[in-house]
Design a binder for this molecule. Structure first.
Ligand SMILES: Nc1nc2c(c(=O)[nH]1)N[C@H]1C(S)=C(S)[C@@H](COP(=O)(O)O)O[C@H]1N2
Ligand SMILES: [Mo]
Length: 197
């Protein structure tokens, strides 16, 4: 098969039904948290673990960081290519967590009770990480300061902004948007956008 060269550009990187954006749209439910005092912030790790953990802001920010490069795909049809992030690898956190064998899924908990679910193996992928900087700058409050999850192989609603908790679960449960008709998994390449029935 022959395609024009132009139509080939990025075709392998833009999932069906998506359009490229140069900017970075802001999308969320509820209001943006503005922190005054980070001594009140923690990241809780709980559920199917041998021992609960709560990392303070200083402890979390002292974890080793890496650069991550990826493309992100929002279910509302925008994609943004070539993101450069600084973040903490999931393995960095997991080296301190003793999972129970029952753990199969993860619920990410954000400020104000917002949640999203994903399979454990997707959370553990080495492309998933805790994002702290984007384009060399700390995340803005709108985009999730101080830390957001980034799971680039799933639609971007799985990438919880203002992350505060990681719950390991023994079965899948819907998070906020998943209870409201979004797909339980959300693979952009399979266009798993909504799941109404
Ligand atoms: N805490 C929280 N995280 C969230 C959301 C939200 O409502 N609350 N919305 C999700 C959705 S639907 C999208 S598309 C992305 C948008 O991230 P952005 O505003 O940084 O582009 O954040 C995701 N993470
Ligand atoms: Mo979204």
């Amino acid at each position: 098969m022959l395609f024009g060269e132009k139509s080939q550009v990025h075709n392998d990187r833009v999932p069906p039904g998506q359009t490229l954006t140069q900017g970075w749209p802001v999308l969320h439910y509820g209001s943006v948290p503005h922190y005054k005092d980070m001594s009140q912030w923690d990241l809780k790790i709980f559920g199917e673990v041998e021992q609960d953990i709560a990392l303070s802001f200083d402890e979390f920010m002292a974890l080793p960081r890496k650069e991550f490069r990826n493309d992100i795909h929002c279910v509302t049809t925008w994609s943004k290519l070539d993101n450069v992030w600084e973040g903490v690898a999931v393995s960095e956190i997991m080296s301190n967590v003793r999972l129970r064998p029952e753990a199969t899924h993860v619920m990410l908990h954000a400020e104000q009770g917002w949640t999203t679910n994903l399979p454990l193996q997707d959370f553990l992928m080495d492309t998933s990480f805790f994002g702290i900087k984007h384009g060399g700058e700390p995340l803005s409050p709108d985009h999730g300061y101080p830390v957001r999850m980034v799971v680039p192989h799933l639609y971007f609603w799985k990438s919880a902004k203002w992350l505060r908790g990681i719950e390991f679960m023994s079965k899948d449960k819907p998070g906020f948007w998943e209870r409201n008709g979004y797909h339980m998994y959300g693979d952009p390449w399979l266009e798993q956008r909504y799941d109404f029935d």
